[in-house]
Design a protein around this ligand. Structure first.
Ligand code: ADP
Ligand code: MG
Length: 248
């Protein structure tokens, strides 16, 4: 059997943003990493370290300035906007810190909407969305509006919406950032379950070590560079190269 390509393969990815005053600001420096099918990885770093920039590239929402990025073996830089949208739609479920739900549409509609682009009949969309709401424990809430739900419930709706597209990969950017620790813990346990039981690859972005600990592998980014990539270390201080420790 042919070997499966890595889910994510980044080779010396750099990213710069142009500055209005002229010139540019480099945000990512030579990011090289591979993520395999079935992994639960967190990308951790302080605010401004480049995590979201990295996630946007991973999710094919943005492109690198230089370097090679392959998603499921396909070089993103050679793809058209339409091809990028297709690959996103086919493989990736996104979960964001602020849920990104449509406030005036009920929960069922929120889960169903992205399925419109998949050519599914309305009946199939309803069936699939109800199944996903049941999976996240919200089957009795389909007629509720997002504003009537707690933060934890809103995030579960967003996860149901991500799962409705049967993604192989979930990209979650600070998924518990707007939740208290109890609700955050519930969401993280749910990610663990999706990873272990359904084999979905999960890449989660966080700035907190205690949250990264829920994953099996931690990639630490500091000032746009990887300073650690491996198992969850005993202490947060192990994430920085020795000469940089204790300089915060
Ligand atoms: P993090 O998610 O780790 O907090 P970001 O990736 O959002 O960090 O940002 C890293 C750096 O890149 C910051 O200095 C931020 O201001 C800059 N940046 C991010 N997106 C843009 C953009 N679209 N244009 C210009 N600068 C950006
Ligand atoms: Mg961010």
């Amino acid at each position: 059997m042919a070997q499966q390509p890595d889910v994510i393969s980044m080779n010396k990815i750099c990213k710069s943003f142009p500055l209005e005053i002229g010139g540019s600001q480099q945000v990512l420096f030579d990011i090289t990493l591979d993520i395999h099918a079935g992994e639960f990885v967190s990308i951790m770093g302080p605010s401004g370290s480049g995590k979201s920039t990295c996630m946007n590239i991973i999710g094919a929402l943005d492109t690198a300035t230089s370097g090679v990025y392959k998603l499921y073996g396909r070089d993103i830089s050679t793809m058209t906007a339409d091809e990028l949208a297709t690959i996103r739609n086919e493989y990736i479920g996104f979960v964001f810190q602020n849920f990104n739900l449509l406030p005036k549409r009920n929960i069922l509609d929120n889960v169903m909407l992205p399925l419109m682009y998949r050519g599914m009949s309305i009946q199939d969309r309803i069936i699939k969305s109800r199944e996903m709401l049941k999976l996240v424990g919200l089957k009795d809430f389909e007629t509720y509006l997002p504003t009537q739900l707690s933060g934890g419930m809103k995030q579960r709706v967003a996860i149901a919406r991500a799962l409705a597209g049967t993604p192989k990969l979930i990209l979650a950017d600070e998924p518990t950032g707007a939740l208290d620790s109890k609700m955050g813990n519930e969401i993280l346990q749910f990610f663990k379950k999706l990873n272990k039981e359904l084999g979905i690859t999960i890449v989660m972005i966080t700035h907190e070590f205690d949250i990264a600990k829920y994953s099996d592998r931690l990639i630490h980014i500091y000032d746009g560079r990887i300073t650690y990539d491996g198992k969850i270390p005993k202490s947060e201080s192990d994430l920085m190269p020795k000469q940089k420790r204790n300089t915060k």
